[in-house]
Design a binder for this molecule. Structure first.
Ligand SMILES: NC(=O)c1ccc[n+]([C@@H]2O[C@H](COP(=O)([O-])OP(=O)(O)OC[C@H]3O[C@@H](n4cnc5c(N)ncnc54)[C@H](OP(=O)(O)O)[C@@H]3O)[C@@H](O)[C@H]2O)c1
Length: 253
C-alpha cells in the first residue's frame, strides 16, 4: 500500500496495514527524509519515497492530503491504480472551489478529473483519524464497523473493500463518485455516528467555526474517545436518508 501523505490519516492507516502484514510506502510534500522518524517507528515493512515513486509502488494507493494540493498528485504514476481518496473540502483551508460550493460535483469527482486513468474510490473520509484504529476489528468480529465507499469502477471498489477489510472494517457501497456527497462533511454518516461522545464532537465543530470566524485558534482540542461500532444496516439507512450539505449549510467550512 502506498500512502500519499503521512500525517493523521496516512499514519493511522499505515499502522493498521503493517499490522495486517502489508508493506507500506509513505510520502509527503517535504521529502522522504522528513519521514525517517515515522518510518523507524513503523518498522521494517515501512519505507518513504517521493510521491511519484510511492504511487508507482502501491497495489493500493491512499491519497490523504488537503484538497488544495490535489493537482500535485502524480497522475501519470497513478494511471491504472486503485486509489482510495480520503480528501475532504474545507474552504477555510483549501480556498473556495465554486463547483463544490454549488454542489455541481463532489470532491472525489474533482480529484478523479485530475487523476485521469486512475480508478478512484472515495473512502475513509467520513471517520475521525483516531477512530480508524480504535474501531478496527478482526474479520468475523461480533461488533463490526462499516465504512462507506463510492466509485465508478466496480472492480476498484471491490479492491478498496478488500483493503479496508484487511484494515479491520466492513464497507457499504454508496454508489458512484457522484453520490459521494452522501458521506462528505456534516452529512448524517459523517464522523458523529462513530463517536462515543457525539455532543462533544458537535460542540467542537461549533468551536472551530467560531475560531475561524474570529481568526483565532480553537481553545480545546478535538474530543478523543474509543468510538462506537456502526453496523452496515444502520450506515445504509444514514446514507439513504441524509440530505446534501453544501458548504453554505455546514457549521465548519
Ligand atoms: N484528520 C481527520 O480526522 C480526517 C478525517 C476524514 C478526512 N480527512 C481528510 O483527509 C485528508 C488528510 O487529512 P489529515 O488530517 O491526515 O491531514 P494532515 O495531518 O494535515 O496531513 C496532510 C498530509 O498531506 C501531505 N501533503 C500535502 N501536500 C502534499 C502533496 N502535494 N504531495 C504529497 N503529500 C502532500 C502533508 O505532507 P507535508 O506535511 O510534508 O506537507 C501531510 O503529510 C484531508 O483532506 C482531510 O480533510 C481527515
Amino acid at each position: 500500500m502506498a500512502s500519499s501523505a503521512a500525517a493523521n490519516i496516512g499514519t493511522s492507516l499505515a499502522r493498521l496495514a503493517i499490522a495486517a502484514g502489508i508493506d507500506v510506502v509513505l510520502s509527503n510534500s517535504r521529502g522522504p527524509e522528513t519521514l525517517a522518524g515515522t518510518v523507524a517507528e513503523l518498522g521494517e515493512r515501512a519505507r518513504a519515497a517521493a510521491p511519484e515513486e510511492a504511487a508507482r509502488a502501491g497495489d493500493w494507493v491512499v491519497v490523504s492530503i488537503p484538497l488544495a494540493a490535489y493537482r500535485e498528485l502524480p497522475a501519470a504514476a497513478l494511471a491504472g491504480k486503485v486509489v482510495l481518496d480520503t480528501i475532504n473540502y474545507y474552504p477555510s483551508r483549501d480556498g473556495r472551489v465554486e463547483v463544490l460550493d454549488s454542489g455541481k460535483t463532489t470532491t472525489s469527482e474533482l480529484v478523479q478529473e485530475h487523476l485521469t486513468g486512475a480508478k478512484l474510490v472515495e473512502a475513509l473520509n467520513n471517520i475521525s483519524d483516531h477512530h480508524i484504529p480504535s474501531l478496527a476489528r478482526p474479520a468475523g468480529a461480533a461488533d463490526p464497523i462499516a465504512l462507506p465507499i463510492a466509485g465508478d469502477d466496480p472492480q476498484a471498489k471491490a479492491g478498496a473493500a478488500d483493503l479496508i477489510s484487511r484494515l479491520g472494517s466492513d464497507t457499504v457501497d454508496a454508489g458512484p463518485l457522484a453520490e459521494g456527497w452522501r458521506f462528505e462533511p456534516e452529512t448524517d454518516p459523517y464522523a458523529v455516528p462513530y463517536s462515543a461522545a457525539p455532543d462533544a464532537m458537535r460542540a467542537f465543530w461549533t468551536q472551530v467555526s467560531e475560531a475561524l470566524r474570529s481568526g483565532t485558534a480553537p481553545q480545546t482540542p478535538p474530543p478523543v474517545d474509543g468510538g462506537v461500532p456502526l453496523p452496515a444496516a444502520r450506515l445504509r439507512t444514514l446514507l439513504a436518508d441524509t440530505s446534501r450539505k453544501l458548504t453554505a449549510d455546514r457549521v465548519v467550512a
